[in-house]
Design a protein around this ligand. Structure first.
Ligand code: GRF
Length: 203
């Protein structure tokens, strides 16, 4: 099986990045992370990448005249690293048309709620405040909406009366670390077929 190259975009602590790098290193995904890009020079995700010997690039959006230029640079870096699949892992920006076009159908995201419920920031907290009895996480392909692309995998987490937003978020995160590598593996082994909004998983 050929080995795919992953490019990860992350803005923060990078625990999902870590789960992806670990799954690649353990041979659970036929892929390797070839570059990690962050819009935040202080992101711990960059440290994790460097520690693993992976190219880590910090970009400052203020250095670009507009988002299109910024994303043109991201696209160039991804292409230089022969990236096949772009994984957003706590990347705190919407992907614009330039990058979406360059990697059409090849950008994934992990969201900490059961989409289409609670899109946007702090999905775990939103769900907890709302009082739902279960929540979870979603891996989906990225389109031009806010967390609206075709759903690949979801995991359900029960909410208990004793939960705080933080304890719920911690249990959701455990599931994120399980299903994100799983979804990437399905992509890398050519098991995902997108038909409109539906993603079919081949046996
Ligand atoms: C995760 O909860 C993810 O679902 C959301 O942002 C958070 C990133 O966490 N998109 P980490 O940086 O991967 O630890």
């Amino acid at each position: 099986m050929d080995i795919k190259n992953l490019g990860v975009l992350a803005s923060g602590r990078g625990s999902n990045l870590q789960s992806i790098m670990d799954a690649c290193a353990a041979g659970r995904i036929p892929a390797r992370v070839t570059v990690v890009i962050s819009d935040n020079a202080d992101a711990y995700a960059l440290e994790r990448a460097r520690y693993a010997g992976i190219d880590a690039v910090a970009l400052n959006t203020d250095d670009y005249i507009d988002k299109a230029e910024y994303e043109k640079h991201i696209t160039k870096i991804l292409q230089e690293h022969n990236v096949d699949l772009v994984c957003l892992a706590g990347y705190m920006r919407m992907v614009g048309p330039g990058l979406l076009e360059a990697y059409a159908g090849r950008i994934m995201n992990i969201h900490p709620a059961l989409l289409p419920a609670f899109p946007g920031l702090h999905g775990q907290e939103q769900a907890w405040h709302y009082g739902v009895k279960y929540s979870g996480c979603t891996v989906h392909f990225v389109d031009d909406g806010m967390d609206t692309g075709p759903i690949i995998l979801q995991a359900v987490v029960l909410v208990s009366d004793n939960d705080t937003a933080d304890t719920l978020a911690a249990r959701i995160l455990e599931q994120e670390h399980r299903i994100y590598p799983e979804a990437i593996n399905l992509y890398c082994t050519n098991k995902l077929v997108v038909e409109g909004r539906k993603v079919r998983i081949l046996a």
